[in-house]
Design a protein around this ligand. Sequence first.
Ligand code: DGL
Length: 258
Amino acid sequence: MITKESPIAVVDSGMGGITVLRKLHRLMPNENYIYFGDSANSPYGTKTKEEIRLLTVNAVESLMKRGAKSVVIACNTATSAAAGYLREKYPDYPFVGLEPALKPAALSSKWPRVLVLATPLTLKEEKFNNLMARFEGEAEFIKLPAPELVGFVERGEVDTQECTEYLERILEPYADHKVDAVVLGCTHFPFARKEIQSILGEEVLVFEGSMGAAKQCQRLLAQRDLLTDSTQEGIISFENSDESKIEQCIKMFGFNDV
Ligand code: DGL
């Protein structure tokens, strides 16, 4: 049975959803959380939609069966592949999904040039292209898939020379203020925020959807009177399909820059 003290579940293909978990925990520190990273199957962003949907639905349904009061699909890729299906199958259940923060980026100045970094699957999905079409009159969007960055984050190698060289190579055409804003459309990418910002230029605005998702979760739980009454800090359980990754998850949760 779901109660106010049931946990909130957060799922991702691996480490990326930790950027969302941090915001959830900041906003609702007394809630209990289960964080599930599917690192054994990471990355999702280069798989087919059907494969990602199957992996996501399995993970989400198993957390629902265990009594999660909300599931946050803390992955743009998994959201585009599976959120529609899950919402249709469980219309009353409070799911929260992630999508690239195009709206605030598009409205951040007059006709900005907006670079959108995400996985190949997110950028080619209909969901993303419909969203982009809504704001095409407000901004110029440039889509840039960055699948290798997921691997650098998964391996905890963002601060290596190799990762810097990769980012410099893909961001080179947009470096030194050639864009006005960048959207981090993959939950792994805020771990490389500093590096991305320093290549693109310090005045470039950076947008990502993690705080919006955390607030949406809080709203959905409040509407159902399911926010905890506890006044003590909640417990976070880290689970991963690759158990050797759990220690790294805990370490990354302590990473202060996201
Ligand atoms: N974290 C995921 C996202 O937000 C994708 C990472 C992956 O490709 O596994 O899109």
